[in-house]
Write a protein that binds this ligand. Structure first.
Ligand SMILES: *[C@@H]1O[C@H](CO)[C@@H](O)[C@H](O)[C@H]1NC(C)=O
Ligand SMILES: *[C@@H]1O[C@H](CO)[C@@H](O)[C@H](O)[C@H]1NC(C)=O
Length: 496
């Protein structure tokens, strides 16, 4: 009998050494956070009206269930008892009525603070107030805490100093007795990927994302995980920069604790449709939390078709919880005017024995890309020794026909008036509903809506080849068909 190293890790993590052990985020958390679009323009009304749209567009029933408030909600501390007070103009009656309203609709409520004297927007922070603030959050009905890293008064610079500062809140949350998902936002500092899993359900790996696929920016200097020249994690990290940063430690994510690649930019307007599809696919397959960041009131059909693709979301919510790993990177490709250009192939195992393979083209040209079964299953044995190399594999395109909502159907969902009419459209489409059939169950039953469009077969020892447009990703689920009729030739070529 053979045990892979990863198999051993998974076995251990499900028995004795489960780190944070609060029972939450067994798959990456999904939801919506106001920051990317609204920044400091927050209010109860914004969150409850967005929640209503999450319900009406079927997003809540696809798993987007955390509604997360970001910075700028506070009016400081009560002079008498030192407790945090919500801004009464933005949050009439405080946070409790908002939490109640969200719970009433079946959502979970996310809150924000910083492990500093102030938050990033210079409101009161929770450093050295951890117990009192955690008690406030619990009493308000909070289910999630995004905990930022601004104004930490110099208490960083070694893993242990940062660990202690963030662990103070972990302990305080635990002491409340309420199940509160703990989401660290320390921007990858002090090797958080090495200790975040001990105390938190997710940890940011980079500076803040911005709405660009690949444009480099001086405000995101820490793009290489091992770069000693890194000064500041920054606020302008492209999708490509974040992917490159997490590549060396994708294996740190496990059920209960995840590498957080930051909130999604899909639908924000700065990228092409192909770029947004690639962004969404990579976040899903890397097992990042999926927090939407767009304004749902002005959503386009294109955006809706991306964020509702259940075959892609099922990668993210796969019970095995193993992120894809990069199996090849090619920088000898056409470069854009910033000097950026590279292609990657990513591959990873899924709970039912399927394998996900992603061809990511961040070069400045459409390109033919390919990978052999030997490369695709490198994790299971080098030099073609993996048993899977000797099997035939059906190839399913997870953005192919049927996987993604048609644009016209998305327009019908958006144009319908009110919850009942929208639900009726979704019902007619037979759209996936994870409230009815959780992803693990849908995968077990082989629900066709989670398996994309079958486009061919790769025979044993063969290659998977595909044409990938500039700034796009092709995402395939490979399913073993050994023993089945494998008459088709091994080379799969996607028609574009
Ligand atoms: C999803 O299923 C649940 C449970 O059956 C149901 O209440 C809900 O209305 C469904 N959602 C949609 C968008 O149809
Ligand atoms: C990198 O990509 C270019 C352009 O597609 C190709 O010509 C070259 O062979 C690739 N290099 C490797 C090592 O695969």
């Amino acid at each position: 009998m053979r045990f892979s190293r990863e198999g051993l890790l998974v076995a251990l993590s499900t028995s004795t050494v489960q780190a944070v052990n609060n029972g939450l985020a067994r798959t990456p958390q999904m939801g919506w956070n106001n920051w990317n679009t609204f920044a400091c323009s927050v209010s109860s009304a914004l969150l409850t009206s967005t929640a209503q749209l999450l319900t009406e567009y079927g997003l809540q029933d696809l798993g987007y269930k955390y509604v997360v408030l970001d910075d700028c909600w506070s009016a400081g501390r009560d002079e008498a008892d030192g407790r945090l007070v919500a801004d009464e103009a933005k949050f009439p009656g405080g946070m409790k009525p908002l939490a109640d309203a969200l719970h009433e609709k079946g959502f979970l409520f996310g809150m924000y603070s910083s492990a500093g004297e102030m938050t990033c927007a210079r409101y009161a922070g929770s450093l050295d107030h951890e117990e009192a603030d955690a008690a406030s959050f619990a009493s308000w009905g909070v289910d999630y805490l995004k905990y930022d890293n601004c104004y930490h008064m110099g208490r960083f610079g070694t893993p242990l100093i940062s660990f202690d500062r963030f662990n103070a809140m972990a302990k305080a949350l635990k002491k409340t007795g309420r199940a509160i998902l703990y989401s660290l936002c320390s921007w990858g500092e002090d090797y958080v990927h090495t200790w975040g899993g001990s105390i938190a359900n997710s940890w940011r790996v980079s500076g803040d994302i911005y709405d660009s696929f690949a444009r480099p920016d001086d405000l995101c200097s820490c793009t290489d995980a091992a770069d000693p020249a890194c000064i500041a994690p920054g606020t302008h990290c492209s999708v490509l920069a974040i992917i490159n940063k997490v590549a060396p430690y994708i294996d740190r994510g496990l059920p209960g604790g995840w590498n957080d690649l930051d909130m999604l930019e899909v639908g924000h307007g700065g990228m092409t449709e192909e770029e947004y599809k690639a962004h969404f696919s990579m976040w899903a397959a890397l097992k990042s939390p999926l927090l939407l960041g767009n304004d749902l009131r002005i959503m386009t059909p294109s955006t809706l078709t991306i964020i509702t693709n259940p075959a892609i979301i099922a990668l993210n919510q796969d019970p095995r919880g193993r992120a894809v790993q990069r199996i090849s990177r090619n920088t000898s490709v056409p470069k854009d005017r910033y000097g950026v250009g590279e292609t990657h192939v990513w591959s990873g195992p899924l709970a039912n024995g399927d394998q996900v393979v992603i061809f990511l083209n961040a070069a400045d040209a459409d390109l033919d890309m390919s990978a052999s079964l030997e490369d695709i299953f490198i994790m299971d044995g080098v030099g073609g020794t993996a048993a899977q190399v000797r099997q035939d594999w059906a190839v399913h395109d997870l953005w192919g026909k049927g996987a993604r909502m048609e644009t016209e159907d998305a327009r019908r969902v958006l144009d319908a008036e009110g919850q009942e009419a929208r639900r009726a459209v979704l019902k007619r489409l037979g759209w996936y509903n994870a409230t009815e059939v959780p992803y693990a169950e849908g995968l077990r039953r082989r629900d066709p809506r989670l398996f994309g469009e079958k486009i061919g077969v790769v025979e044993k020892g063969g290659d998977l080849s595909v044409r990938v447009p500039r700034h796009a990703a092709k995402v395939f689920r490979l399913q073993s068909v050994s023993g089945e009729d494998t008459a088709r030739k091994s080379l799969v070529r996607d028609e574009l």
